[in-house]
Write a new protein. Structure first.
Length: 421
């Protein structure tokens, strides 16, 4: 059995969904688990709907829901010209259920409310894609991931109960392959013991593919994207990118950790644990080889990889009493940063100072300065860039840092990182 994951761009409109059908037709007789994301930018729209629900802005809420419904109805009109198709009733009922949430009490736990609403994007998408494939004579069954993937109550970042999820997959999903070739389900979503919907974190559909592959001991996972495979840099920011033909699980985890956006960071671990290869392939050129992520590390070093993070802020903390930065100071600093929910992209300390690099737009500068000003002198630089180079050499370093001021740098045997102004 193969696991395929199609992201929002690959199901963004009717033509894209028709292309998904064309890709699936290349695998006749294969048993496929197909995971789909919400269509296009539906998740963003649903996040706005959550905000409108919280503020009880009925005009905004109604307008956003109408826009989202029209978006999906337009796609269906192109896929199903005749209104008698049952899918119209299914989608209309889902939108009626969404509209009814306005009269309900908004939960004190906003993350709970978020998961109940935003998960609808994947449900809508999977219902529409499933109906289209059935109409095109594919052997398809719609599966509800909210009954397969069990998580704890960490809404917006559900932690998977692997033992229970594997049991549910083996009992409720795998037997369906007896009568069906393709099981089509949702990415991003799970459920609690009580049946409440949870989500696995933003961009969690890749993770869903990894979870289902692990629990079903799949032959492989393929993530279909609008790039020819894993590139050694983001083509939006770097010219002359190269495709990585093959890399190891370890290398993929490293690249994800440093911020590479092609693969969700949590996806790799379950696949590595069962040695299930992961392919990254182009839905625009489905017959090309793409990139394979597997156990062997023999090709990891062949091509340097570049990861860029922009809009960074560098904060440096120096004790006002000129005491050394030791474990006690670091414990205090980390505790306060944790209270502010600050995520650190890079850190470095000397005898008298400790520096961190963070996403500028995710940290409230005034709040941070006020928290530390009593005991520490805090200096900061904003509008910086962080560049990480895997398998660097001096030529690649010179290429990246040319014409830039290097404020901070770190190097290990395989990785060089630079904070640039």
């Amino acid at each position: 059995m193969l696991v395929f994951k199609f992201g929002g761009a690959s199901v963004r409109d009717a033509a894209a969904i028709q292309n998904v059908a064309s890709i699936l037709s290349l695998y006749p007789g294969k048993k496929l688990t197909v995971v789909v994301s919400a269509m296009g930018k539906s998740t963003n729209k649903l996040e706005e709907i959550v905000e409108a629900l919280e503020t009880k802005n009925h005009k905004l809420f109604s307008g956003l829901v109408d826009e989202l419904e029209e978006f999906h109805m337009d796609i269906m009109a192109a896929l199903f010209p005749e209104r008698h198709f049952k899918i119209y009733q299914t989608i209309e009922e889902l939108f009626e259920k969404l509209r009814s949430r306005y009269e309900a009490v908004f939960s004190e736990n906003k993350s709970f409310e978020y998961d109940q609403v935003v998960s609808l994007g994947e449900v809508l998408s999977s219902q529409i894609v499933s109906a289209y494939l059935i109409d095109q004579d594919f052997s398809v069954q719609w599966m509800d991931a909210r009954k397969l993937i069990r998580t704890d109550h960490s809404y917006q970042e559900g932690k998977v109960d692997w033992k229970k999820t594997e049991q549910l997959v083996r009992e409720n999903m795998l037997p369906s392959f007896i009568d069906t070739d393709i099981l089509l389900t949702q990415g991003f979503v799970g459920h609690t013991l009580e049946g409440f919907t949870t989500t696995l974190g933003r961009e969690g559909s890749d993770y869903t593919a990894g979870i289902l592959a692990y629990c079903s001991e799949a032959e492989s996972v393929t993530i279909w994207k609008d790039v020819p495979g894993m590139l050694n840099a983001d083509p939006k920011y770097f010219e002359n990118t190269k495709k990585l033909e093959a890399i190891s699980f370890k290398e993929a985890i490293e690249l994800s950790y440093y911020g590479a956006s092609v693969i969700h960071p949590k996806t790799i671990q379950p696949l590595q644990n069962r040695n299930i290869p992961l392919y990254v392939k182009s839905f625009l050129d489905p017959k090309s080889d793409g990139t394979v992520i597997q156990a062997s590390s023999s090709q990891d070093h062949l091509i340097p990889s570049y990861i860029f993070k922009f809009d960074q802020a560098l904060y440096s903390f120096t004790p006002k009493d000129f005491s050394f930065i030791v474990e006690e100071n670091l414990s205090v600093i980390f505790g306060k940063l944790s209270d502010l929910n600050v995520k650190i992209n890079l850190m470095q300390n000397s005898a008298l100072s400790f520096s961190i690099l963070v996403d500028q737009n995710k940290v409230k500068r005034t709040q941070l300065l006020e928290l530390f000003q009593k005991e520490y002198e805090v200096k900061y630089n904003e509008d910086l860039s962080l560049v990480t180079i895997r398998h660097y050499d001096e030529e690649t370093i010179n290429q990246v840092t040319k014409g830039k001021e290097v404020l901070l740098q770190q190097r290990t045997r395989h990785t060089a990182r630079f904070v640039l102004k």
